[in-house]
Design a protein around this ligand. Sequence first.
Ligand code: ATP
Length: 257
Amino acid sequence: MSVPALELKDLRKSFGRTEIIRGANLSVQAGERVAVIGPNGAGKSTLFNLISGRFPATSGEVLLHGQRIDGKKPFEINRLGLSRSFQITNIFPKLSVFENLRCGVLWSLGYRYTFLKFLADLDDANERAEQLLHMIKLERKRDVLAMNLTYAEQRALEIGITIAGGASVILLDEPTAGMSKSETKRFIDLIKEVTVGKTLLTVEHDMGVVFGLADKIAVVVYGEVIAFDTPDRVRANQRVQEAYLGSSVADAQAGGH
Ligand SMILES: Nc1ncnc2c1ncn2[C@@H]1O[C@H](COP(=O)(O)OP(=O)(O)OP(=O)(O)O)[C@@H](O)[C@H]1O
């Protein structure tokens, strides 16, 4: 089997004396779309924070395409090809949609570049920002200030910024939270389109989104990944049903989502 795009090995994180992540293991192949699910407080966001370098792990390893990234800074991890959305907080409200995308592109070039190289790259950055604008279907909002977009449009812009640097591994935290049903459906399609060929991890509560988006589901319970498999197999997994999923799936199948 090829080198996993992302791998967690016996990852642990304690806050004070409380161990929140308790030996998490996960191996995600390149191109897989993975939904991370689990009860409230199970440690899903903490896992994302460990992977993206926001928190240091207490022990264990995180590997991106076989390279250790635990202990690195978030921006270093980003430049190695892993990008995480921070919901709408990394949008500049007083810049236009286009300018926001261009900032995302330029930022990802980083300061490896000299100023002259930077100037030479501006044309490329403009072109890439136009491309992204098209991908997230906000062409008609090109020059609108981000603060004047609808909520769903802001979330789309957020995805555009997240993928701007061409990262191969994308982490999205509840990408459809706060959206209506029809917006959610459109948004799932958008996420699928813009992440073709990439590895995607989402934290998700909405079972409709999980089953619509994910090739595989990672079930996190009490700081451990207790199952990692296709949606059908996870749905049938006795341990998962007992621990968590049974009632949610029943709800989803009954049209509760
Ligand atoms: N910075 C922190 N300091 C102390 N405790 C924390 C910190 N961050 C998270 N925790 C604790 O870790 C546990 C797991 O939280 P986390 O947010 O990762 O869960 P989650 O699975 O994402 O939950 P939810 O589905 O409710 O978002 C919780 O008990 C939380 O209180």
